[in-house]
Design a protein around this ligand. Structure first.
Ligand SMILES: [Cu+2]
Length: 631
């Protein structure tokens, strides 16, 4: 086991400036070189990931500015010939190189080519071969092998939308260690749909009348960036990035009267699961763990000014390692900018005939990924009133399957002739390592209930809140309940505000959903975390991913269900909140050929963290300069 190496030793000039900085190109190269030089490494090894091994919290707390610090890389590597993996169970995603080889391999297979010919396709190069994790569906012959299966689409011409032409019923199963096509299954021919699914510019006459909107900040931006640290309007946090989770936020704090008060130690989206509804052979295997199997950091786009992001933008490049362990850069991977967000607060005093109004602003750190057909845009937003929001926007192309002429399905929407977009869901598991005014936190479930009728409630109008302390892990596996206005309050029971109340941050759920797959379905076994909206665990450094480290082909039970069996106490201690945000997708014809953005979100807002409205001191604006400090 050679999974961790001390890479750089004490910090040197040009190296990382902070222990939480993502690995630089040099550090990735060094880590891989050290790893390769180890006697246990094999020449044919492939690298799944080389990322920062984040320092433990106590060590982080003890590092003084200017002091040297350790730098460690976390490496996951595979040895295909010996079927050796450097972790117990390894994801099928061995980086871009493997999936590319897999696509070529499938295209070259004579059984696959014969299947294409039966469908009138003579150009295998024009077939898009998508690799999907095979999951666990009880086939004995699959035991102990690293397998993927394929879904195929056809591009009639090079710039076509391939998802408009799903190739029905032809699937290959590939062994990633042997790099061999294990079998090709042909479930019968359905003709390719005729539509093109074209959504590109130049073929539709653009609508007229849209005049330019310009976002200008003539005096510059209001945030400061120092390395990976960001400061803006009392907020202070660090950006991080890795191949699996993409953007990570570290040490989020708020400067309050000269005192930096911690709120969240680490925040990331730790898993993204898309279960599909189509029950047909192969289609019923479609469950993508986009983080655990593929890695949303690896899938991150290079963003473009004026298109992805508008206004005064600060971009961050990120460094990752490819399958050979060679570092590469994703330019403009993270976007940082501020936005006017409408009014922040207002009151018009009728007697005085005077209005007090302040604008609301937010600072947004974002990244966008492409996972095959889909795009996900992740926005972490910090507001002038102390709120934090994660907003996810979903767009891209819905996954399609072909239908026979006149055929419909109970499990999807016909979005174009003979083109079925299957019902599905997207579950984002947000991991929040809380530290509200210090590491020792507790969680209350807060609901509102009617007060009982009686002498204390003579007009029957009274309602009150009920707080339930969640004391152990089993008590903290919860669902949303909007009709009871249910939310969760993370408090520091050891710190009081000026009113004598425990300081806290409130997790406010918005729209959400549960899975519809049966409990015994493979996807629920493997991803039990989606059966509860909230889980709370005591902090443990090794507990990072809700479906376990390597969900692919894992029979299930790993991650949250396994850890929480111990039913550990979660009161007045260092805790982690796991909130799963579901987007329910019954495709509409309007989602074709490319889908208008759908958005889901989660809000954390101060509840007694401050003594009063923290945005009282936002200066007023006068005409014109929307949100401008002195416009
Ligand atoms: Cu969707």
């Amino acid at each position: 086991m050679v999974s961790q190496q001390d890479v750089a030793g004490p910090a040197r000039a040009g190296a990382a400036r902070h222990p939480l900085d993502p690995l630089s190109t040099d550090e990735i190269s060094q880590a891989v070189a050290i790893f390769r030089a180890d006697g246990r490494a094999r020449p044919a090894m492939r690298f799944v990931s080389v990322s920062l091994h984040e320092p433990p919290k106590d060590e982080l707390a003890s590092i003084r500015p200017g002091q040297p610090f350790r730098r460690e890389a976390f490496i996951v590597a595979l040895e295909p010939r010996e079927h050796m993996t450097y972790e117990a169970i390894v994801s099928v995603t061995a980086g871009s190189v493997l999936s590319w080889e897999c696509e070529r391999l499938v295209r070259a297979d004579p059984r696959f080519r014969a299947g294409l010919r039966r469908r009138g396709i003579d150009q295998p190069d024009q077939v898009l071969v998508e690799s999907w994790g095979i999951g666990t569906f009880g086939r004995d012959e699959d035991e102990g092998r690293r397998l993927i299966w394929t879904l195929c689409f056809y591009r009639a011409s090079p710039d076509d939308n391939p998802y408009a032409k799903p190739i029905h019923g032809l699937h290959a199963v590939v062994d990633l260690d042997d790099m061999a096509v294990v079998r090709v299954e042909d479930l019968g021919v359905v003709p390719l749909p005729l539509g093109t699914g074209d959504y590109t510019a130049g073929r539709t006459a653009p609508r007229s009348g849209l005049k330019p909107i310009e976002i200008r900040q003539p005096a510059g931006v209001s945030f400061e960036v120092d390395g990976w640290e960001v400061r803006w309007q009392n907020w202070r946090f660090r950006l991080g990035f890795n191949g699996r989770e993409g953007l990570v936020l570290h040490t989020i704090g708020y400067a309050d009267n000269g005192r930096l008060r911690p709120v969240i130690h680490r925040a990331s989206v730790a898993e993204l699961l898309i279960p599909y509804s189509d029950p047909r052979p192969f289609q019923g295997w479609r469950n993508a763990f986009d983080i655990g199997e593929y890695g949303i950091g690896i899938l991150t786009n290079s963003l473009e000014l004026g298109c992805d992001c508008l206004g005064e933008i600060r971009y961050f490049d990120v460094e990752l390692a490819d399958g050979e362990g060679k570092p590469y850069t994703i330019k403009n991977a993270i976007c940082l900018h501020e936005e006017d967000h409408g009014i922040g607060w207002k009151h018009f005093d009728a007697d005085l005939q005077r209005a007090e109004v302040r604008r609301r602003r937010r600072l947004v750190a974002s990244f966008i990924i492409t996972a095959g057909n889909y795009e996900y845009a992740f926005y972490w937003c910090f507001y002038t009133d102390g709120a934090i929001e994660l907003e996810v926007r979903l767009t891209g192309i819905v996954l399609t399957a072909a239908l026979g002429p006149g055929e419909t399905s109970d499990y999807g929407t016909v979005v174009a002739p003979q083109t079925l977009a299957a019902y599905h869901q997207h579950f984002f598991c947000v991991r929040l390592d809380m530290t509200v005014d210090g590491a020792s936190n507790s969680v209350y479930e807060v609901e509102t209930e009617p007060a009982p009728a009686g002498p204390g409630n003579p007009y029957r109008n009274a309602f009150r809140t009920r707080r339930t302390l969640l004391q152990t892990e089993s008590q903290a596996q919860r669902l949303i309940n909007p009709l009871a206005a249910r939310n969760w309050l993370v408090v520091n029971p050891n710190v009081a505000n000026a009113l004598g109340q425990q300081v806290g941050y409130q997790l406010v759920p918005h729209g959400n959903v549960l899975p519809f797959a049966h409990e015994e379905a493979s996807v629920i076994q493997r991803a039990a975390f989606i059966t509860r909206h909230l889980w709370v665990t005591p902090f443990a450094a090794a507990e990072r991913f809700p479906a376990g480290e390597y969900p692919n082909q894992h029979p299930g039970g790993a991650g949250l269900p396994e850890w929480t069996k111990a039913d550990r106490p979660i009161e007045n201690t260092d805790i982690v909140l796991w909130y799963t945000l579901g987007s329910h997708h019954i495709p509409r014809p309007e989602d074709w050929p490319v889908m208008p953005v759908e958005r889901v979100s989660l809000t954390l807002r101060p509840f007694g963290f401050f003594d009063a409205n923290p945005a009282l001191d936002v200066p007023p604006t006068h005409g014109g300069g929307a949100g401008g400090g002195d416009g």
